[in-house]
Ligand binder design. Structure first.
Ligand SMILES: Nc1ncnc2c1ncn2[C@@H]1O[C@H](COP(=O)(O)OP(=O)(O)O)[C@@H](O)[C@H]1O
Ligand SMILES: [Mg+2]
Length: 378
């Protein structure tokens, strides 16, 4: 694939304030009390986005890196005054709220600018785990049995089997997923529900816990979407008091031991039959949720080989060497080539069209718009 050299790409992200990983760099790894397997020198948000912009420049695109800095006006200025051919959308939240992510993406369409990744509808849908699960089930894509709670109460006869996991339904990136999230009896369940309600907005999801293997399945492209080599997580080194899950600490906190004890293996060793089954579930989940360009599906395989989709991640993390990018590398695509493929996916769609507002003859003659002044109302 030859990148269209003249294509202008705005790599757009949203970040303000300090970056926790800068502080972590000051920590002495010998003071941790355990032997870290991985470096605690994790890339900051800004470094990650700079790496994406640089890699796209190396691919031949004309790139600008834009931080909207928690102010949507900065994005409006870009889109209205200096629109790129395509926005590489790396926005994950607005005013610290992931539920507003899709509204920012809506602006690209309003201004008729192409953008990478999924559209606002899919971003909003997948932000709501309960609704996504209903859609998956309606399309025969298995997902763990669950209850969605709007208040911190659950009947003793809830009909679900232990163990279970309690998690926020409108967060991502393992927020609110801790070792105590997995519960084995009613007392632990009610306690965890109470705590999760104290810290997160409802609804809260209570799900049957799938004991077994965990896979991250990355999907790239549209016509047709392609499954990249699958990642499996090795939990065998986790301490006995940590359930075999990717908790928030295991995913993000290099100061915690669990971060160093969960290992990603790629490609996952699966029988042909099982691989076919998980790929089919991943592609169906990608399709029915309306994902475009790229996404990552989090999947578990139970001991009886039944496959469950835990969640759908449109616009997943693109850190070099991690998760989606790890799979892409095993597929034979470099970091830059993968980013270029995503840009070309967006470029191959028609630009969002914005209907021109037709003024009435009277409005045109009077040079007036549709606003009514308070005097006119009186
Ligand atoms: N029903 C479940 N059974 C087993 N593990 C689960 C289940 N739900 C979540 N987990 C664990 O918690 C992690 C985070 O949950 P997930 O649903 O992927 O939410 P998110 O990544 O958006 O926070 C998963 O990667 C998995 O390790
Ligand atoms: Mg997940």
């Amino acid at each position: 694939m030859t990148p269209r050299k003249k294509t202008t790409v705005a790599v757009v992200y949203n970040h303000s304030g300090d970056d926790v990983y800068e502080k972590i760099r000051e920590v002495d790894p010998d003071s941790l009390g355990f032997k870290p397997e991985y470096s605690i020198n994790v890339a900051t948000v800004t470094e990650e986005y700079e790496a994406i912009a640089n890699a796209l420049s190396e691919q031949g695109y004309k790139v600008q890196l834009v931080n909207i800095n928690e102010d949507v006006q900065n994005l409006i200025d870009l889109l209205s005054q200096n629109p790129p051919d395509v926005v590489f959308n790396l926005i994950e939240y607005y005013r610290d709220d992931p539920a507003l992510e899709h509204l920012v993406a809506g602006l690209f369409s309003i201004y008729g600018v192409r953008f990478t990744g999924s559209g606002p509808f899919t971003l909003a849908l997948c932000q709501r785990k309960g609704m996504t699960k209903q859609l998956l089930l309606a399309n025969n894509v298995p997902t763990p049995r669950y209850k969605l709670l709007n208040e911190p109460k659950i009947a003793g006869r809830h009909g679900l089997h232990y163990p279970m996991i309690v998690k926020p339904s409108r967060e991502d990136a393992s927020s609110g997923v801790e070792k105590e999230s997995v519960v084995y009896n009613f007392e632990q369940l009610t306690e965890r529900i109470k705590k999760t309600f104290e810290e997160y907005n409802p609804p809260i999801l209570v799900e049957e816990f799938i004991e077994g293997r965990e896979l991250h399945i990355s999907v790239l492209g549209n016509d047709p979407p392609e499954v990249l080599p699958i990642i499996e997580f090795d939990f065998s080194e986790l301490s006995d008091d940590h359930p075999k899950i990717i908790s928030y600490d295991a995913k993000w906190n290099p100061l915690e031991e669990s971060f160093h004890r969960v290992h990603a293996l790629c490609p996952a060793k699966l029988t042909k039959r099982l691989e076919k089954k998980v790929k089919a579930a991943a592609l169906e989940a990608y399709k029915v949720t309306g994902c475009t360009d790229y996404a990552r599906l989090d999947i578990r395989i139970r001991e009886d080989k039944k496959v469950f989709v835990l969640e759908v991640n449109p616009n997943p993390d693109l850190t070099e060497g991690v998760s989606f990018m790890d799979s892409a590398e095993h597929f034979g695509l470099s970091f830059g080539e993968t980013l270029a493929k995503i840009v070309e996916c967006a470029m191959s769609r028609p630009a969002p069209s914005v209907p021109v507002l037709q003024k009435t003859q009277e409005q045109t003659e009077n040079g007036k718009d549709n606003t009514i002044s308070p005097e006119e109302i009186k």
